[in-house]
Design a protein around this ligand. Structure first.
Ligand SMILES: Nc1nc2c(ncn2[C@@H]2O[C@H](COP(=O)(O)OP(=O)(O)OP(=O)(O)O)[C@@H](O)[C@H]2O)c(=O)[nH]1
Ligand SMILES: [Mg+2]
Length: 215
């Protein structure tokens, strides 16, 4: 499944982007042949919207006003004009109140197994709502990654989403507040305006090259 490129976007040129498959377990993932980047965060935080913005394809990753929309490890393949290729993985949102306890436990285990075991995973972007900041579930995921993956094997970043929902004068302070809490780099982002898209791509390409630019 491919869809038409969005116009007027900055950052690297995305030649092609397509949905590969959605799987219920890391064992069913495609072979780890491409640099992989995953996107995690609370339900409804804007993961699928961010993926569409990055890939310049509206509607490729399914977005919804109904939290809990993404229920599998959804894999996309992205090809840039310089021939670089990536797998992007849209992870199920956590913290969604309306799913059963059993379902929550199985999603949590699926996400953790994937993050711990996937050899080609080079970067994880943890999305938090810029208005809410880093919450308990997010801290748990950051702590999990600090133990599960050495920084050389997988870079972790926090993305503060829906920046457009904050009045302009308060955007920078909101991102700064998140920076003060996170022990990893923080990027402000909006899929409405495209703010932060360039910076995200830069981080993705750096993580793929193992270049340390976090200082
Ligand atoms: N204003 C604004 N709305 C956004 C932005 N990003 C996402 N949204 C909206 O927030 C809702 C949830 O977005 P999704 O991208 O589906 O969120 P998700 O994190 O993939 O959600 P799950 O798959 O349920 O975990 C949708 O109604 C989006 O249109 C943003 O940057 N700005
Ligand atoms: Mg989603």
């Amino acid at each position: 499944m491919s869809s038409a490129p969005q116009k007027d976007q900055i950052g690297p040129k995305v030649l092609d982007a397509s949905f590969v498959l959605g799987v219920p377990a890391v064992a069913k993932m495609p072979p780890p042949t491409l640099t992989e980047v995953a996107f995690a965060g609370r339900s409804n935080v804007g993961k699928s919207s961010l993926l569409n913005t990055l890939m310049q394809r509206s509607g490729l990753a399914r977005t919804s006003g109904t939290p809990g929309c993404t229920r599998a490890l959804n894999v996309f393949q992205v090809k840039l004009s310089d021939d670089k290729q990536f797998h992007f993985v849209d992870l199920p949102g956590y913290g969604y109140a309306k799913v059963s306890k059993a379902e929550k436990i199985s999603w949590g285990a699926m996400i953790e197994d994937y993050l711990r075991e996937r050899p080609s995973l080079r970067a994880l972007f943890l999305l938090v709502d810029a208005r809410r900041g880093i919450e308990e579930d997010d801290l748990q995921l950051l702590d999990f990654m600090a133990v599960a993956r050495p920084k050389e094997s997988c870079r972790v970043h926090v993305v503060a989403t829906k920046l457009d929902k904050i009045v302009r004068a308060k955007q920078k302070p909101a991102v700064e507040a998140i920076k003060n809490m996170a022990k990893v780099p923080v990027i402000g982002f909006s899929s409405e305006t495209g703010a932060g898209r360039d910076e995200l791509w830069r981080r993705i390409e750096k993580a793929a090259q193992h270049v340390d630019d976090d200082a």
